[in-house]
Design a protein around this ligand. Sequence first.
Ligand code: ZN
Length: 395
Amino acid sequence: MTRSLPQFSTLASFDHQPRTRLVFGVDALDRVGELAREMEARRVLLVSDSGIVKAGHVERARGILSGAGLEVFLFDEVKENPTTTCVEACLKMAQTEKIDTLVALGGGSSLDTAKGCNFLYTNGGQMKDYWGVGKATRPMRPLIAIPTTAGTGSECQSAALIADPTTHQKMACLDVKAAARIAILDPSLTLSQPRMVTACTGIDAIAHVVETAVTRKRTGMSLMCSHEAFKLTLPNLPRIFENPSDLEARGRMLLGAAFAGMAIENSMLGAAHSAANPLTAHYGIVHGQAVGMMLPHVVRFNGTEPDALQAYGQLASAPEITHLSHGLPEALDALVEHLDHLLALAGMPRSLADCGVKESMIPKMAEEAAQQWTASFNPRPVSVEDFRKLYEAAY
Ligand SMILES: [Zn+2]
């Protein structure tokens, strides 16, 4: 009598410990002072970037935290795709001001910088010491994550993605201690995103859904998040393009991006993310654009694997862009068509050539993509040669 359950399915074994309290609602930001106090904060480092300062969110958050009797120190020099240089500047302020709590307010870059800073502030050393899983030995300071974009889902993940300043290679530093204690999901904060940011982060969130739904690590828990996130994001990104001040659509998108982040925490990502990173490293292509360009090709590539085809079919059925009774190949076609349509609506570049990528760089990027950690979770094994073909298809 066998006691094993099917692998790579809704019955795969898992160990899920929710680490992040989610506080969702319009103007939920108003609670940041009270929530920080609950964690016995006294000296808070607010981590953000100049765009969020301009949008007025930093002043508002600072006012609420000060109003709750907390000392607030502002680090507003976060850069996109943060490097160790950015993290070290943030760390310096944390050390000088002897802060006890971090509040990250912004896109994924602000959240990553705050997490990176937390690693070094509490555990010492350099970012590369934490590249990998569970390398920190000491507990970290409490972190409140407040996303202003509906994209990375970093607020629900324990990973800090920090790039090497010379090679621009992203180091994924995963440690459950780095996860935010609280994520404040306030849809009104996402209204200030420029259209291109809404588009790039929104496509990234949808790519997170599509990749997490098929990885080799997916579980019943991650699938629940992926499918719910797909229902929330897919119809609402076009609604936001049509009417950027549609707060309800913004709320669904923000919640969907957070659920997709929870899916990543449990199931990791796949080959579209592996292929995207070298494009960002060499050509500075925005993450969401790079992932968006590669995703339809990766879905077609993975779709030859029966297990992945089934998973894509189930995913496409969640927001009812197809029904499984129509057949699995038809479901895959419907999914790819829908993704293509969304990318067109988002005004994303559709080919690597459009982004100034040199064809002669493909072999080098294929080598690098195959070494990305995310590639190992892709449902179909993906070799250097496969990545070369994927890049050529996207060229
Ligand atoms: Zn992503």
